[in-house]
Ligand binder design. Sequence first.
Ligand code: ZN
Length: 65
Amino acid sequence: MRCEQCRRKIRGRGHTSITGRKLCDRCGTRLHGRTAGAVAGGGIPGARAVSGWYARAKRAMGRRD
Ligand SMILES: [Zn+2]
């Protein structure tokens, strides 16, 4: 199974995007951060802050990758 974003082999379970694309962990995380930014921040200016929030939330949940 390959990531449809960066074409690398997916290790582990990977991610499935809301559009059904198979993504590696890195691309999936980035996509989710961007999607959350678009929803919460209303566009690109808020995206960086939200991805920082996402990283903190992930650490708080005990996930490390
Ligand atoms: Zn990828």
